[in-house]
Structure formats: structure tokens, C-alpha cells
Design a protein around this ligand. Structure first.
Ligand code: HEC
Ligand code: HEC
Length: 409
């Protein structure tokens, strides 16, 4: 029974009436309950056999570090795996996570799911600069892509790393008043009243109990399963021994861009491993315990302090998480505030626009301490952009394991 919702609904109708609304809803016969919403579970389609999430074979170049000596900041993607022992990916757990991810019933008025703001076709980011939440309100920051989030070494989430773990992070949009506007208690009750959910929880966790903790674990398993490694980059990489070698399937321009990215332009210092994720904290100043860095977007942090909002440390102002650059071609607009519409404008920014922020990362400073000016030619800028486009993985963007399991009404 979803008795919980009738009082809210009736109150809304009364309020509508009180505000002078003359729509037909206000003339519902008194005491006549609103029609029961059809549970979304009656329209999802899951295959009889579970799809495979747990045993995704990673390519060799995610499991070993083939960068040369002198690249001390590099490691392999798997070295950065943030999967906790307490929540390994299972096929049933990720399947439940997938259903939850696409279920609009996770939002207060049943209108939006996680996938409204994290769309598969654009690598689970949002083409809008700011996403629209449950009541049409805008989020504060841009929704980044979720691919390869599993390989962010600290395991902290959001642009300002305010979520300590992915298990905690995935519950936060549900409770965020702008994003989904639910309480976890109400969500648990809602899912319990749906005949289709308890069996999915039993498959995933051994019994039918539905708890916020299990919702978080299942969603986190699904998000961690969103690993992308079938781009043209990977096809070329499989044919050579080091990521620094020219790839046979790349154009000269793409190989030139790759060399610039990994060497002269120092991009690889902060977008590390072959999952191209945020840097390890090891090479940062001793008082820094985070993977978030300052890439000089602004000279002064004003409306968004980034990591400092989480830690309260002024040395962390203007530091932000760098999401994986895999599929970056499709996740525009770029940066935490979506300020750049194109990859070209991002590269032009790094080439000539880095600002002298007090916390600017050392790798983006000249020996004098001034912001670095790479002085790349237009042709080199285009080569960097061409390289970034080789990270697009069409298989990931259409993989049925990650797709919406609900049939359109
Ligand atoms: C209304 C839009 C919206 C909805 C709905 C939404 N998100 Fe997000 N998501 C965002 C925005 C915006 C950010 C970045 C916010 C920030 O960092 O401050 C974000 C960040 C994230 C991150 C952090 C990624 C990283 O690398 O740090 C994850 C993971 C995530 N969302 C998963 C989910 C899940 C799971 C759901 C559903 C339970 C969900 N989101 C629902 C907009 C949304
Ligand atoms: C000092 C570390 C650092 C270096 C060096 C660096 N980046 Fe970044 N990069 C970041 C951070 C941090 C962000 C996120 C910043 C934000 O949104 O506030 C970022 C964001 C990006 C984004 C946008 C990501 C998104 O999801 O919106 C792209 C593209 C990018 N960098 C490419 C490059 C390229 C190309 C280079 C080399 C020219 C480079 N980066 C060098 C730290 C760095």
C-alpha cells in the first residue's frame, strides 16, 4: 500500500485549489483517491540470464604500467581501483543498480532518474551546462561523465570530493532537494511496496530486505561497472608495447597529439594511467592529501572554492577533481561549471590561458612561478584535440548492459 502518498497528493490538490487554480483536478469528487501510479517495475525488461558485470576482462594496458622510467607519476588503472572489499561488483548487484539508476521512482514526484542527468549516449554526463532536477531547478555544477569512475584513486566523489566513498555518493542525489528530493526512508518504503523489487534485492544480497545501505551498494556496483576500454586508443595500444610508441591505427596528427599529451604538454601528469583519471597525490606538496588539483581556470576562487569547501583548507581553494578523459569528445560542456563548449577551447585555455591562482599546480607553472605558456601552434592544438577524440568508445556508449531497462510507456 502506498498510503504514504495520498496525504501529500491531496494536500497538493487542496493547495492548488486554494491558489485559485481552476484546472479540472480541483474538481475531483471529495474523498476519491487519486489513481494508483503504475509501478515502473511492471514495465522493465530484464533478460532471464543475468548480464555480466563482475568479470569484465580488462585489457592488459589497464593492468600493467608500460610508461617509461621518468614517468614516476604514472601507474596502471588497476592500481587506482577504488572498489572496497565490502562491496565487490556482482552480476545481480549491478543489475539491481542498473534498474535503480534508470527508475524515475527514485525522485519525489517520480519524474526523473539518475539517467536524466547521466545519459549513456554522452558517457553518462549531461549535455546541459547545469542539469534540471525534480522541480525544474538547476544543479550548482555540471554533471560530469561517470565512465571509469572506478579508477579514481582516492575513491572520493564529486568535483569537490565531498563524498568519501561511492557508496555514500550515490545516495546523495536522491536526497538532494534540487536533484531528486526524496528521503531515503520514503524511498525504502516505496520500493518495498513494489512487488518486483524485493526479489531483485534477494538476488543481489541474499534476502528481500530493502535498506538504504543496500540501495547505495547496488548503485555503486553499477557505476563502477561503467568501464570504457574499447576506443580507437585501445585498438592501437594493443598493437604496441608502450603507450609512448606511435600507434599503427592513428593518423600522424593523432600520434603527434598523443606525444604532446604525454610529454610536452604534461597533460598526462594529471590525467594519469591509461584510464586517464585524476592524479595520485604522491607527487603533490606534502600537505596535500587529495587527488584534486588546480589547473588555473581562474586567478581567484570566488563563487566555487572546490575542494576547500569540503576540507576548509585555504590551500585547497580552486582544486577540483578531474574525471576520466575517456569519451571526453561526447561529454561537453567541460569543467566543473561547463565553461568550455568545445575541446578546442579547452586546449586553447591550457595553451595560453592558465591563470596565476595561488594554488596553481606546480606542473602548470614556469620556473618563475608564472602560469605556464606552452606556445603550441594551431596545428599542435588541433593535434591534441584529435588525440582526445581517439578516446571515444562507441561500444561503451551503446552497451546494452548499461542501457535503460524500462520500456517506454
Ligand atoms: C538533477 C541531475 C542529477 C541527478 C538526478 C543525478 N545526478 Fe549525479 N551528478 C549531477 C551533478 C550536477 C553532479 C556534479 C555535482 C558536484 O560535483 O557538485 C553529479 C555527480 C555525480 C557523481 C560523481 C562522479 C565523480 O566522478 O565524482 C556520481 C557518481 C553520480 N553523480 C551518480 C548519480 C547517481 C547514481 C544518481 C541517481 C541516484 C545521480 N547521480 C542523479 C547531477 C545529477
Ligand atoms: C595540474 C593538473 C592538470 C594538468 C597538467 C592538466 N589538467 Fe586537465 N584537468 C585538471 C583538473 C583539475 C580538471 C577539472 C577542473 C575543473 O573542472 O575545475 C581538468 C579538466 C580537464 C578537461 C575537462 C574534463 C571534464 O570532464 O570536463 C579536459 C578535456 C582536460 N582537463 C584536458 C587536459 C589537457 C589536454 C591537458 C594538457 C594540455 C591537461 N588537461 C592538463 C587537471 C589538469
Amino acid at each position: 500500500m502506498k498510503t504514504q502518498y495520498y496525504p501529500t497528493l491531496l494536500l497538493a490538490l487542496v493547495l492548488l485549489g486554494a491558489c485559485g487554480g481552476s484546472d479540472s483536478t480541483s474538481s475531483l469528487p471529495e474523498g476519491d483517491p487519486a489513481p494508483e501510479p503504475t509501478p515502473p517495475s511492471s514495465r522493465w525488461t530484464l533478460p532471464d540470464a543475468l548480464l555480466s558485470y563482475a568479470d569484465q576482462p580488462l585489457p592488459r594496458h589497464f593492468e600493467v604500467n608500460d610508461f617509461a622510467e621518468g614517468f614516476q607519476f604514472q601507474n596502471s588503472a588497476i592500481d587506482n581501483d577504488n572498489t572496497p572489499d565490502t562491496n565487490p561488483i556482482t552480476d545481480a548487484g549491478a543489475t539491481l543498480g542498473r534498474v535503480l539508476f534508470y527508475d524515475p521512482w527514485l525522485s519525489e514526484n517520480r519524474s526523473i532518474s539518475c539517467a536524466n542527468c547521466h545519459q549513456q549516449a554522452v558517457a553518462f554526463s549531461d549535455p546541459r551546462t547545469l542539469s534540471l532536477g525534480v522541480d525544474g531547478g538547476e544543479t550548482r555544477r555540471h554533471a560530469m561523465g561517470l565512465g571509469n569512475a572506478r579508477f579514481y584513486q582516492s575513491g572520493k566523489f564529486f568535483w569537490d570530493e565531498r563524498a568519501e566513498t561511492l557508496e555514500q555518493q550515490v545516495l546523495m542525489p536522491i536526497e538532494d532537494p534540487v536533484e531528486m528530493g526524496m528521503t531515503l526512508d520514503d524511498l525504502v518504503e516505496r520500493l518495498q511496496s513494489d512487488p518486483f523489487y524485493p526479489p531483485l534485492f534477494a538476488d543481489a544480497f541474499g534476502d528481500e530486505a530493502i535498506t538504504a545501505e543496500r540501495i547505495g551498494r547496488a548503485l555503486a556496483q553499477f557505476v563502477r561497472s561503467l568501464v570504457s576500454f574499447n576506443a580507437r586508443y585501445d585498438l592501437g595500444r594493443a598493437q604496441v608495447t608502450s603507450p609512448l610508441d606511435p600507434f599503427p591505427n592513428f593518423s600522424d596528427q593523432e600520434n603527434q597529439g598523443k606525444a604532446l599529451f604525454m610529454r610536452a604538454a604534461s597533460c598526462g601528469a594529471c590525467h594519469i594511467s591509461e584510464a586517464f583519471v585524476g592524479p595520485t597525490p604522491l607527487r603533490e606538496a606534502p600537505n596535500i592529501i587529495s587527488n584534486a588539483t588546480n589547473n588555473g581556470l581562474d586567478a581567484v576562487s570566488s563563487d566555487d572554492l572546490g575542494l576547500a569547501e569540503t576540507t576548509g583548507n585555504p590551500l585547497h581553494e580552486g582544486r577540483f577533481k578531474a574525471p576520466s578523459l575517456r569519451n571526453i569528445e561526447v561529454t561537453a560542456p567541460y569543467m566543473h561549471d561547463g565553461r568550455f563548449a568545445t575541446l578546442e577551447s579547452v586546449v586553447i585555455f591550457y595553451n595560453e590561458g592558465i591563470q596565476p591562482h595561488a594554488n596553481l599546480a606546480a606542473v602548470l607553472q614556469e620556473a618563475s612561478g608564472a602560469p605556464r605558456r606552452f606556445g603550441f601552434s594551431d596545428q599542435e592544438v588541433q593535434a591534441l584535440v584529435a588525440f582526445l577524440r581517439t578516446l571515444t568508445d562507441p561500444q561503451f556508449l551503446t552497451d546494452p548492459r548499461f542501457a535503460d531497462p524500462f520500456i517506454a510507456p
